[in-house]
Write a new protein. Structure first.
Lengths: 171, 370
């Protein structure tokens, strides 16, 4: 079982763009910080791992793409129209799609929020799918971008991932 | 040995109102001519069917509607206070609480929706909120059902919700996906896009059947592809694989399915993808099943359409009819049967529900009350 954990103070989106420059070739130019944070952690987690073609991706998040949502809300207040990219970036499962795309993972991808937002909650879902034979292996991640500066909030950038190989459900 | 899973209660609030009888009565009144007249009355400025039975104040409307659907579903399932405490909560939505945030952003994250439901029913088990675009509440229902089947939980409350917000309507508009004529015509040659809808529903899943005509969850499947952020692969293979896996897992014969409730997005790419997926399915089994679509009645209620369309379909079936695809006359290269007229039935049917979401997320569910 491989893991990768990034927890650090609020970073600008450009930091994650730079980190991803050598890791992926997919087009992330207009992607949200939430997406980039997710992709970076996911790619680092499975770096050097032979995962299946049908790898499934599960993300658990408390705040989802919060900076993108805050931007869209502010744009509305300022009388600006929402752009296609802004709209895509506020869709929660845009992040799991991009992680799957970056890994060419053809299994299912899901984004959820739970009461406690723990990795255990999302591992439970992945293990259920595994037990039922719906998936082979899974990459599960707890992803949240910092809420610094939004509603006087304060938190860190988090991208914590666990790779669950096939047969994990039997462990 | 798996547990069986039954839908013991369901409720829906949509533009037809909050009362089931009124909704069914109004739907039955619609015919081909009546549909266009209805659309003109129901749709005002935005390309959207609105819920009008509650306050215009979004905060009141949001929580009053949510409270209403939960209470109605719980009552229909005859749940005691103790039963309600045992409900695990599963929620699906695309826009979550953006409609509230646009009025005033007071709290970050979606958890507040789950907490509201949790406090209302006194659940001891917390909540899971699914964010997989238009398959959100369908996926919420699938996981709830699988957990009951696997005896991990006994009962579940599944909620789908979608309320008006400028971000969503503006987003769809930015892609040119909204119908200019503001008329939903899924699969029809004249279709010019999507009409959105406000809608909120609740479904109770239980390992024990309550009423003789309760629908049973037979199977489900979720298949994703990475073709595009906005659409599933137009070749239809993902949609076909998804429906076919649900059929295989249901352990029933294909011919035993009486109706397919297609997603019927109304967008060009998804229409092509779903049409191709259905062609592949009917090609494999060499048998055609009549198709209906419910978006002409509800609008596209996005992440809530999973439970919304199940709740509406159950009401129609229990009232003795299959709702036709209003607005459909003829489609381009459509080789399957799309139901055009209200059809009386004996109230015992097996239905395949198909859903398609942004980012290539496809979900199929099979329910039966036979």
């Amino acid at each position: 079982m491989k893991t990768f954990k990034l927890i650090q103070k609020n970073q600008d989106i450009s930091v994650y763009k730079e980190l991803l420059k050598d890791l992926t070739t997919i087009n992330i130019r207009r992607s949200s910080k939430f997406n980039l944070l997710a992709i970076y952690g996911a790619l680092k987690c499975v770096e050097g791992t032979e995962y299946s073609e049908n790898l499934s991706v599960y993300i658990i998040t408390k705040y989802a793409p919060v900076t993108s949502v805050a931007k869209v809300l502010q744009d509305q207040k300022d009388g600006h129209h929402i752009t296609p990219f802004d709209f895509l970036n506020i869709n929660g499962n845009n992040a799991s799609f991009y992680v799957a795309k970056a890994l060419n993972a053809k299994g299912k991808n899901q984004v959820i929020t739970t009461k406690n937002n723990t990795l255990e909650d999302i591992i439970e879902l992945a293990k259920l799918d595994m037990e039922l034979g719906d998936i082979d292996d899974a990459l599960v991640g707890l992803v949240d971008e910092s809420i610094d500066g939004i509603l006087d909030g304060s938190s860190e950038d988090i991208s914590h991932w666990v790779y669950l190989p096939k047969e994990t459900s039997k462990v | 040995m798996q547990n069986r899973v039954f839908i013991t209660g369901s409720s829906l609030v949509c533009s037809f109102g909050k009362k089931r009888k009124k909704t069914i009565k109004n739907i039955k009144k619609l015919n081909k001519k009546g549909y266009e007249k209805h659309v003109k009355n129901a749709i005002e400025t935005e390309t959207l069917y609105k819920i009008t039975d509650f306050s215009d104040d979004m905060l009141k409307k949001f929580y009053s509607t949510l409270k209403h659907v939960i209470k109605k579903a719980v009552n229909e399932a005859n749940l005691s206070k103790k039963d309600m405490e045992e409900l695990h909560i599963f929620i699906g939505s695309t826009s979550m609480k953006v409609s509230l945030d646009e009025v005033e952003l007071t709290r970050l994250g979606y958890g507040v929706i789950g907490e509201f439901a949790e406090n209302l029913i006194g659940s001891k088990h917390g909540f899971k909120i699914f964010s997989t675009a238009c398959t959100s509440s369908a996926n919420a229902l699938c996981y709830a059902a699988k957990m009951i089947q696997q005896k991990r939980i006994e009962k579940a409350l599944v909620i789908g919700l979608e309320f008006f917000n400028k971000s969503t309507i503006g987003g769809f508009d930015s892609f040119g996906l909204l119908s200019k004529n503001k008329i939903y015509r899924p699969f029809d040659k004249r279709s010019d896009g999507i009409v959105l809808g406000e809608g909120c529903s609740a479904v109770i899943l239980d390992s024990k059947r309550v009423k003789e005509d309760d629908f049973e969850y037979l199977s489900s499947s979720n298949v994703c592809d990475i073709y595009s952020e906005t659409t599933t692969n137009p070749n239809g293979k993902s949609i076909f694989t998804c429906m076919d896996k649900a059929i295989t897992d249901s352990k029933i014969n294909f011919e035993e399915i009486d109706i397919i409730k297609a997603h019927g997005t109304g967008s060009q790419n998804n229409t092509q993808a779903e049409k191709n997926g259905l062609d592949l399915l009917f090609g494999k089994y060499q048998h055609k099943i009549p198709i209906t679509i419910l978006k002409s009645y509800l609008g596209h209620t996005l992440g809530a359409c999973g439970t919304n369309e199940i709740a509406l379909m159950i009401s129609c079936i229990k009232s003795g009819f299959i709702p036709p695809v209003l607005g459909y006359k003829s489609g381009k290269d459509i080789k399957f049967d799309i139901i055009k007229d209200f059809t009386k039935i004996d109230k015992k049917v097996t239905i395949l529900f198909n859903y398609i979401g942004f980012s290539g997320n496809n979900t199929s569910i099979i329910l039966s009350n036979k």
